[in-house]
Design a protein around this ligand. Structure first.
Ligand SMILES: Cc1ncc(COP(=O)(O)O)c(C=O)c1O
Length: 435
């Protein structure tokens, strides 16, 4: 296998094929539904593996894809991924990736500055929100222990917190994650938080708030959460929502984020980076360092320690994923992010308005950003079946969840190419399939 003329021709042809695929995506169904055995036969028997992949993927670039929080990536970032794979720099150790290290540090500083974090803050790129939440909570534990915390730690988190927080607690051996109920807007109920803080006192290792919850895209009141938590560690899972900082119109949603002790931010969600690129930021960087104090003299040389990202992350081999964000910013600035964020927010509002004015659909909440739940006026089973029928039809791709005990339809508007007509068509398909 060589970088030779044949492979170059192969690469050029592949790039053309990928561009054709995305440019003509609306001529395809959002998914050409197949069962697992059918897919297994198909990938075993195919003589054109690229075609098999193009034909049978869930088409995230399709404007009628309104499903999970996985984005149709920006092309500049896809090209960035190609560079990352070609150069294959491992950024945990300075001497293995000086330029990759500096770019990651620059990107982390850029994210921290946008959030209003001070110079002593520190962060690192991670694989995504789950790793970011674990890392933030490890930093919280480092400070909790330094203040005398020992055994019986408690984490307070809203009932709608992403499951990765409970999983992080379990990995850390923290047995008690107290779920704080949510209010009618699906935000953490602050009176309940106040009571829990009183009940658990110094055992509380961290309060976890969410900016952009998975189920409804709700943004907790961070200013009030900060006030109530006092000097208890406040971690914000802003994996989904922190990107609103790039829009003057939307950034009010994360007011107070600068006062959190740590927060998660996934550029692979609402900054349209291909999987994967997440980030954890810690306001007082010493706690991130203390969380990972490790003895690996063959890798981390004291004289260059500040530049060894490996000193503040779980990973050792570490893909230089920050390069794709850096490249996009270098080539195109911040405008494409702002435009895309505002577009998906507006189209979510458009869907809400259509639902509210209809007689056959019911809104479950007002959308704050780009995640939205509604339901067809029928039983839970009908709603579940309707979602299944819709995705198998290939007309559109949405998800479903259970909200305060009721089965609902859920969308994440994550494709900036989704227009009003795609929303209208999705609702029309649901109506047709419900009959
Ligand atoms: C609010 C929130 N936090 C964390 C995560 C986990 O992120 P990842 O899938 O990148 O690990 C998600 C994923 O959907 C999420 O919605």
């Amino acid at each position: 296998m060589h970088f030779d003329r044949t492979m170059r021709e192969h690469a050029h042809a592949l790039v053309d094929r990928l561009f054709d695929h995305v440019e003509n995506i609306e001529s395809r169904p959002v998914v050409d539904w197949k069962s697992a055995p059918e897919l297994r036969d198909l990938i075993r028997d195919t003589s054109d593996p690229v075609k098999a992949l193009l034909d049978h993927s869930i088409q995230l670039h399709h404007p009628s894809y309104m499903g999970h929080q996985v984005c149709p990536p920006f092309p500049s970032a896809i090209l960035g991924d190609l560079i990352i794979s070609t150069l294959n720099q491992s950024t945990a150790v300075w001497e293995m990736s000086p330029v990759g290290t500096v770019i990651e540090q620059e990107m982390v500083r850029w994210l921290a500055t946008l959030a209003g974090y001070p110079a002593e803050s520190l962060g690192t790129a991670v694989s995504g929100g789950s790793a970011a939440n674990l890392t933030g909570l490890l930093a919280a534990r480092a400070r909790w222990r330094a203040r005398g915390g020992d055994g019986g730690a408690v984490i307070l988190a809203s009932a709608d917190t992403h499951y990765s927080v409970a999983r992080a607690a379990s990995i850390m051996g923290v047995e008690h994650v107290v779920k704080i109920e949510t209010d009618h807007r699906h935000q953490m109920n602050l009176e309940a938080l106040e009571r829990a803080l009183r009940d658990h006192g110094a055992s509380v290792l961290a309060v976890v708030a969410t900016s952009g919850s998975t189920a409804t895209g709700a943004f907790d009141d961070l200013l009030r959460a900060r006030e109530l938590a006092k000097d208890t560690w406040l971690h914000v899972d802003a994996a989904h929502g922190a990107s609103v900082l790039l829009s003057e119109r939307l950034k009010h949603l994360v007011r107070g984020l600068d006062q959190a002790d740590s927060f998660s931010w996934d550029p692979h969600k609402m900054l349209w980076m291909p999987l994967s690129l997440g980030a954890i930021l810690v306001r007082d960087g010493q706690w991130l360092r203390r969380a990972f104090e490790a003895d690996a003299p063959y890798l981390f040389h004291a004289e260059r320690e500040p530049d060894n990202i490996g000193a503040v992350t779980i990973q050792c081999s570490k893909r230089a994923d920050a390069i794709k964000l850096w490249l996009t910013l270098k080539l195109f600035g911040t405008e494409p992010f702002r435009d895309a964020l505002e577009k998906v927010s507006d189209i979510t509002r458009y869907l809400h308005d259509r639902v509210v004015e209809s007689s056959d659909f019911e809104a479950m909440h007002e959308p704050q950003f780009n995640i939205y739940c509604f339901r067809y006026r029928g039983s839970d089973d009908e709603n579940l079946a309707l979602r299944e029928k819709l995705i198998r039809s290939g007309d559109a791709w949405i998800t479903s969840t259970v909200l305060k005990g009721r089965r609902v339809l859920r969308v994440t508007m994550i494709n900036p190419r989704t227009e009003k007509r795609h929303v209208d068509e999705m609702l029309a398909s649901l109506r047709r399939l419900a009959r």
